[in-house]
Design a protein around this ligand. Structure first.
Ligand SMILES: [Mn+2]
Length: 375
């Protein structure tokens, strides 16, 4: 191959540099010495801040938190909940945890400095680990939800790493369909007591199990009834709030009356056009005050244009930027637990639109938790 051809290919410029450069192995890509330098050093294979190795959320360390042998600690745990047999629409959210992790591959702990806040959640007081997924049977919802509750209790029951900041670790769950919030609330209640829920969703999810799933007790526990059940079990307070609501309800007045009885106020999707993001943020903060908050983000709060990969998509939702602006402004709330649910990657597009958003939502939640340690 002639040097002219190499130049055409853009390869010759370095190799055919000055005599001084040719004598320095780092400048001569063809040199045997350069290859020997790479083979002689471990540096070439040591890269601890990037999308290499096994897939974890944002390339953070994996911790085998669910093992009896585990004796480590952490402040915030990522926990996958691969469960999607409580859905009324399209299935597929069992692949949500791995989808969200794949969507986060571009985030690296050393280079995640926010241009909005100047902060990097991975360079803070909090030790953040990815605990992998809970083991949940595919074949019995009742058993799977009990397994998930137990997993939450084990992961949440470890010691905090930064004991001056918080006594207990907090969990961000990667769903899973929205039913997975119920065992998370049951386990969190034992650690934190009753919680106020901020619920981003197109749907109210407080349907009476006798109405949605009335065929059997088993059918009544699903992704549209879990907030009703959480209310009945006394896990949540009576000043919770939905945000982004727009899906139709099944009865003229009874569903919304029951929703209020379960303790929820509602911000509709179109309220954003009147109130703006600032108005939405203020309404959320006014509603929950200084209560302990469980933050649940159903990805279907977004318009299907921004999050097509979900089971029960509803047109007319918020944009990615609007949601992230609202989430980031919730700093100062006492968030004790959180989740991002209903991500069903099989309906995503080639650009991975939905899983990219979902991983960004997790980033926002991490920042909220770090800004406000909870004793
Ligand atoms: Mn939901």
């Amino acid at each position: 191959m002639t040097s002219a051809v190499l130049r055409t290919l853009g390869l010759g410029l370095v190799a055919w540099g000055s005599a001084a450069q040719r004598s320095d192995p780092r400048h001569n890509v063809w040199s045997h010495a350069n290859i020997q330098r790479i083979l002689a050093s471990n540096e070439a294979v040591q890269f601890e801040n990037g999308p290499v190795g096994l897939t974890t959320f944002a390339n953070i360390p994996y911790a085998n938190c669910l093992s009896e042998e585990f004796d480590g600690n952490y402040d915030i745990a990522i926990l996958g909940a691969p469960f999607d047999t409580g859905v009324t629409g399209r299935p597929g959210a069992r692949f949500g945890p791995r989808g969200i992790r794949a969507g986060s591959w571009r985030i690296t702990p050393g280079e995640a400095w926010s241009v909005y806040t100047g902060r990097n959640v991975f360079q803070s007081w909090a030790k953040i680990v990815d605990c992998g997924d809970a083991h949940l049977t595919w074949l019995d919802n009742t058993v799977a939800l009990a397994q998930l509750e137990k997993a939450h209790k084990v992961v949440g029951g470890r010691d905090a790493a930064s004991t001056t900041k918080s006594s207990k670790p907090r969990i961000i769950t990667l769903g899973g369909d929205h039913t997975t919030t119920l065992p998370a609330l049951r386990a969190a209640y034992q650690r934190w007591g009753p919680m106020t829920v901020i619920h981003f969703d197109a749907h109210i999810d407080t349907w009476d199990p006798d109405v949605l799933g009335g065929e059997s007790h088993y059918a009544g526990i699903n992704h549209g009834t879990f907030l009703h059940i959480a209310h009945e079990e006394g896990l949540i307070t009576n000043h919770s709030i939905h945000a982004g609501i727009r899906a139709p309800v099944s009865r003229p007045t009874e569903d919304m009356d029951n929703d209020k009885r379960c303790g929820f106020a509602s911000i509709t999707a179109r309220d954003l056009d009147i109130l703006g993001t600032r108005g939405i943020i203020q309404a959320l903060k006014d509603r929950v005050g200084d209560a302990k908050v469980y933050l649940s983000v159903d990805i279907d709060v977004l318009d299907p244009a921004y999050a097509p990969a979900t089971g029960t998509a509803e047109p007319g939702g918020w944009t990615t930027r609007e949601l992230l602006t609202i989430l980031d402004a919730l700093a100062g709330l006492n968030i004790v637990g959180a989740d991002i649910v209903e991500v069903a990657p099989v309906y995503d597009n080639a650009g991975e639109t939905t899983v990219l958003v979902a991983s960004e939502v997790v980033q926002s939640i991490l920042d909220l938790m770090i800004q406000m340690p909870v004793e």
